[in-house]
Design a protein around this ligand. Structure first.
Ligand SMILES: NC(=O)c1ccc[n+]([C@@H]2O[C@H](COP(=O)([O-])OP(=O)(O)OC[C@H]3O[C@@H](n4cnc5c(N)ncnc54)[C@H](OP(=O)(O)O)[C@@H]3O)[C@@H](O)[C@H]2O)c1
Length: 274
């Protein structure tokens, strides 16, 4: 399977690294990347070939992964118009809708049809991401499998039924790492307020999140049951959770996820304009 990447930045680097670890051949990967330093790094690190502008070999790839920033996409696809015929096109750009990408890739009013849109998240950079995926109905099982195999190189994958659900995925797992980092920051600040130095407080906070997430992933219990198990009546955890409830922590998170989803939709509309 020949794979072309448009954009060779952070996310493309993570994907390519994961793919090569899982047995994809470097010789089958060609990356279009503007920045000469990034091109050099990709070639030296992975042995893939790179090019500054798209060429016939990229257009003829079996799969083309679109990995430039959403605001760069329209300009970056200008030279692709009408050039990609049978390739499966996978966009990882946040917010951008497939109808817009298909239109930019197509020619003379005939949009590109084999499109998959994905929303990965930042832990993909260490192979621990989760990616929401949506394929237009014209993508067959083989196309879905190929897309899932590529995104599985950086973590877990989940298919959604409707493209609009990817805005919700953006709000939950796409932006989610920032909520978790914010939580870690706050727990660290609480540790400092209790008299610990910042290094110790950060270690206590990070290991708590890491261990709890690993336990939740490994356990047959739901997170709610695990929470109940650690909360004795009248105990320390109960005192803390009562304060979080009073502060409206749960509802604030629901609002936050909704705000991110709405913003994702708005950005998709903004960057998808002709
Ligand atoms: N990073 C994340 O956590 C994350 C999570 C979910 C989704 N995503 C999505 O993944 C995509 C890539 O994000 P990223 O963080 O990897 O961005 P990035 O590091 O900025 O990578 C994009 C790369 O594409 C290059 N580029 C721009 N226009 C180009 C063109 N016309 N031809 C060839 N190369 C071009 C950029 O070069 P210049 O720097 O010179 O412009 C840059 O090196 C984005 O659409 C983003 O929404 C990222």
């Amino acid at each position: 399977m020949k794979i072309g990447f448009l954009g060779g930045g952070n996310m493309a680097t993570a994907l390519i690294g994961g793919m090569i670890e899982r047995g994809f051949a470097a010789a089958d990967i060609r990356v279009v990347e503007l920045d000469p330093g990034s091109r050099e790094r990709l070639e030296a690190r992975f042995g893939v070939t790179t090019t500054a502008t798209p060429d016939a070999r990229v257009f003829a790839a079996d799969v083309v992964v679109l990995a430039v920033k959403p605001q760069q996409m329209k300009a970056a696809l200008a030279s692709f118009a009408g050039q990609v015929h049978d390739a499966l096109v996978i966009s990882i750009a946040a917010g951008l809708r497939l109808a817009d990408i298909g239109r930019w890739l197509g020619k003379d009013g005939a949009p590109c049809q084999r499109l998959v849109r994905c929303m990965p998240n930042m832990p993909a950079l260490i192979g621990a991401g989760i990616t929401g995926m949506y394929a237009v109905p014209t993508v067959d099982d083989a196309g879905r499998e190929a897309a899932a195999k590529i995104l599985a190189a950086v973590g877990a994958t989940v298919w959604v039924e409707e493209e609009a659900q990817l805005d919700a995925v953006t709000g939950i797992s796409g932006s989610g790492p920032a909520y978790v980092f914010h939580f870690i920051e706050a727990l660290e600040a609480a540790g400092v307020a209790q008299g610990f130095d910042a290094v110790t407080a950060r270690r206590l906070a990070i290991e708590t999140v890491l261990g709890s997430a690993r336990l939740a992933a490994a356990s047959d219990d739901t997170p709610a049951t695990l929470r109940e198990k650690v909360t004795s009546k009248g105990g320390t955890t109960a005192a803390a959770l009562a304060r979080l409830a009073e502060a409206g922590w749960h509802d604030a998170l629901l609002d936050a996820v909704n705000a991110a989803s709405v913003r994702g939709r708005e950005l998709g509309e903004q960057f998808g304009k002709d």
